[in-house]
Structure formats: structure tokens, C-alpha cells
Design a protein around this ligand. Sequence first.
Ligand SMILES: [Zn+2]
Length: 286
Amino acid sequence: MLSDEYIAGFFDGEGSVGIDAYGKVRVSIAQKRPEILYMIQEQYNGYVYSKHHPVFEGYMLNFLGKKDCQKILTAIFPYLVVKRDEVEIALKAVELIKDHHRGCDPLSYNELKERHKLRDKLQTLRPKKTFVTLESLNQIYRNRIKQEFVMKCNVCGKDLSTVRIRDQVISQDKLWCRACVASFYKKDRKPISKQQMENAIASSDNMWEVCDKLGIGRSALYQKRKKYGLEIQFNKKDRKPITKQQIIDAINATNTIKEAQKMLGICSETMWHKRKKFGLLGAQVS
Ligand SMILES: [Zn+2]
């Protein structure tokens, strides 16, 4: 058994913490030979893998998820000398990790911003040349959408390559001219009763179909659900335990993945994760 003092010293030399552009926290220790990594793993979980890279050939011990990151960092923090400041920031970032998986529930812009604040701090302590800021991440996204729509409005096809940037509106992963986006959101303001909402939601588990039925956009659907207290209870249903056999049975009973997830009462994202977990992706279930 290794002492926390020893692991801290080891981490000061070979460990690192990072927050990536998407807000994901990474805690890792690199080493040419895996023995010590396996010993640390025995005490603090994480997983060891071999890495073959031009600049590093050896083994990595990675910690993922709130519980594991918190456990190792809290244990070694009192004894750290070199990487104390970095780990202090990482501990704050780890605190922000959600307790459940985020498949159906990606980070909001504000949550991402909060993580980027810590990431910026880390960057001042340990500058990285290939640092992507939240602004540039946003820019990459905007450029991708513009490229995808070849600088043309997705509704009227107007060429937007010569208009001002503020008139190149990006919304719902599409490129719009001002006039089209304004008329698109106009329909979102039409009054819909709670009963109408409930009927539409009950008719399909596909969000886009519900939108079409009501004749509103995705964000309007979200707002109206919130208003009537009809929000999707993602976390609760995602956490319900489902066995491999239940998934196989549901797929066999319904013949399509979509019907099966409906039967199990989970969304497509969760279905994908569960199929991945049980090795049922792509495989013909019989
Ligand atoms: Zn247009």
C-alpha cells in the first residue's frame, strides 16, 4: 500500500490535471512502466492504458468521473508542492461535474462558461500553445454551420457571404437571414393550451415530431413545457436500472430500436449508452 504522501510526490512529478474545451475534467499520471500506476489504481480506481505517441511512449493512469477524481485529488492535495495550485483549481472543476451522465442533458452555455473560467486560470499557471478559448470554440461552431449551409439562408437561400456578421444568424444549428429567423420565431409565440401540449407530447416521444404537430420550434417547445410543468424528467428515468435482458427483450418484442426505447421509457441517447454498455451496439439481437 502506497502512502498518500508518496502518491502526492509522485503526482508532483508525473501527474497532470486538465479541463478540455468542452468542460471535461481529466486527472492523469503518466509513467514508462505500469507497476506503480497499478498500485495507485488499486487504492484509487481509475484505469490504466498503454499509450503510443511520438512524444510519449508508456502508460497512463486516468481518472474520470466526479467520485474518482475527487477521491484521489482530495487525498493527495495536503502533500502537494509543485502542482498544488493546479490541483486546487481542478478540485473546483471536479466539484462542478454532474453526478449523473450527461447523455440527455448537455452543459448549458453558462455551465460551460463557469468551467472555462477555471480552465483559463489553469492556462495562466501552465500555458499551452494549442489553447482553445470559449470564444474560439464558439467561432469554430459558427464557422462549421456557415460552411454546412454554404453561407446561404436555410429557408430562403439568400446569400449571406457579403452581409454583416450580425445578420448571419445561427440558431438551432442552422444559418438564417434576419427576416427568416424572425418569422420562424413568430410562430413560437402562438398560444397553446396545456391540454394541447399534453396531447402532442403523448402522441410521440420524438421531440421534432411534437414540434411539427404543434407548429413550433424546439426552444419554444422547451419553454412551453417549462411553463406548464411538463418538463422532461431526464435524470430520473435515465437512472432507472435496466438489465441487458430487458433491452434484448424489448428489441425482440418491437423489432425496432425506436419502439424498444419507447417501451423501456428511455430516450434515444440513453438507449445508445445502455446498448453500448451491454455490447449491443450494431449487433443483431436474436
Ligand atoms: Zn432567409
